[in-house]
Design a protein around this ligand. Structure first.
Ligand code: F3S
Length: 427
């Protein structure tokens, strides 16, 4: 691997042991994946934040790295933690867990990382430009950055993303190279796909087939009901938020998150919509072609056994936008919830929701707007929850294995009804 003079000095320890450790990780990865060199990154998203996943070994590793003087060189944000950092007591989390989680956050803060804990950094200002090289480590955010924003990132792990933040670079391989961004699977979607739950079901189905390949979607009808243009728009440069998008941002994030969970999809294209879809040669000549005529298989795959009594309804995987919270309140129509209802979101989005009166509105009906965490990385079994309803494909996919919850999967409307009645009534 070719290293610049500065990079060689970093590797030799001239910039301190923290930087040296980062360079050792990056150059080892670069050798494994055959990278020619390192590419500078403009931002980093670090995963591996919850103490539930890190344990004491992970906490000590981070604290030691911070004590070695490691500091990030580029804007860096954090994935969800194991609890709401401000309101953990009120929500019933254990004090010992909270204290350990606080030490994890302190280690990241000491490295200069912005300690907003969210899997939607693009909703709170970490928005890479098209063709920016970044190093992101949250699979749903990776998918969004690559596919919707047209930035370039591999699906990083926690240590490799942190190393990239400290060195300001990442090995140039995989999705940093244009030739690896071509689609190898064309998905001809012939059925209507409208709600976020529909997109999650579609993502769960396509992820299984695609595995780590790049899918190229051809929708016969947009979720808005409009017909897609015949020839793809080249580089529409989707802004955020984009109320005019034929497939709203919230649904694109649901699609990418579900594919990243059931498969390892880190990039997808949508004909006529996403930034790279119109580029010449974006579909490989030997791409496989599949047709989707129904979402039933996806819906079925995302529900597990465990009865129809629901004690928890979870909205906000990936973390919710203001629009999603507003929709939940509208669907409640003044009715109080019987089951616990959690809407998880970034702390900054929660602050905006507070200003808009949305937090008070949900709380007055018995729901909670929970910041910093999610029900996959939080120790929710310890809170006594057993059976959950959710409209999130990724949440439904992981909750049984990661959180020990039985899941009912369905549209937001059905989930809100389950929150009100405590029962899942969808056939
Ligand atoms: Fe985010 Fe947790 Fe879902 S990290 S994408 S809310 S599983």
């Amino acid at each position: 691997m070719k290293l610049t003079d500065e990079e060689q000095a970093m590797l030799a320890g001239d910039f301190g042991p923290g930087v040296q450790k980062a360079m050792e990780i990056l150059t080892a990865l670069g050798r494994i994946y055959g990278a020619d060199d390192l590419v500078p990154v403009t931002s980093v998203q670090v995963a591996g934040v919850s103490y539930k996943n890190l344990g004491d070994a992970g906490l000590e590793f981070l604290a030691e790295w911070a004590a070695q003087g490691a500091r990030v060189r580029v804007p860096t944000t954090l994935n969800p933690a194991g609890l709401d950092l401000d309101r953990w007591q009120e929500l019933g989390f254990d004090a010992d867990f909270a204290q350990k989680q606080a030490r994890v956050i302190q280690a990241f803060a000491a490295m200069g990382i912005r300690t907003t804990c969210t899997c939607t950094p693009y909703l709170v200002g970490n928005v890479p430009a098209r063709v920016d090289h970044v190093a992101w480590a949250e699979s749903s955010a990776v998918s969004f950055a690559n596919s919707v924003l047209g930035a370039r990132t591999n699906r990083e792990g926690g240590p490799s993303a942190l190393a990239a933040a400290i060195a300001g670079r990442t090995p140039r391989y995989g999705l940093h190279l244009p030739e690896n961004r071509r689609a190898q699977l064309v998905v001809d979607v012939r059925c209507p796909v409208q709600s976020s739950a529909d997109f999650g079901a579609l993502g769960a189905m396509v992820g299984r087939v695609a595995r780590n390949r790049v899918p190229y979607f051809e929708f016969r009808v947009w979720s808005s009901g409009l017909c897609p243009p015949q020839s793809p728009i080249t580089n529409p440069q989707l802004p955020i938020p984009d109320p005019q998008s034929p497939i709203p941002i919230d649904q694109l994030k649901a699609l990418g998150a579900a594919m990243a969970a059931s498969g390892a999809v880190a990039l997808y294209h949508v004909a006529g919509l996403t930034p790279e879809a119109g580029e010449p040669g974006i579909v490989a000549p030997d791409a496989e072609r599949v047709v989707v005529e129904s979402l039933d298989e996806g819906y079925a795959a995302l529900s597990s056994d465990g009865g129809d009594e629901i004690d928890l309804v979870w909205i906000g995987c990936p973390h919710a936008s203001l629009a999603e919270l507003a929709q939940v309140i509208e669907l409640l129509a003044g009715r109080r919830v019987r089951a616990a209802l959690w809407v998880t979101m970034a702390r900054e989005v929660r602050a905006e929701a507070e200003k808009a009166g949305l937090v008070a509105a949900l709380e007055s009906l018995g729901g909670q707007v929970v910041a910093d965490t999610c029900l996959v990385v939080a120790p929710v079994r310890e809170l006594g929850f057993r059976r959950m309803a959710t409209p999130s494909g990724k949440g439904a996919y992981y909750a049984p294995s990661h959180s020990g919850l039985a899941v009912r999967y369905g549209p937001l409307e059905a989930c809100v009804e389950a929150a009100v009645t405590g029962h899942w009534d969808v056939a």
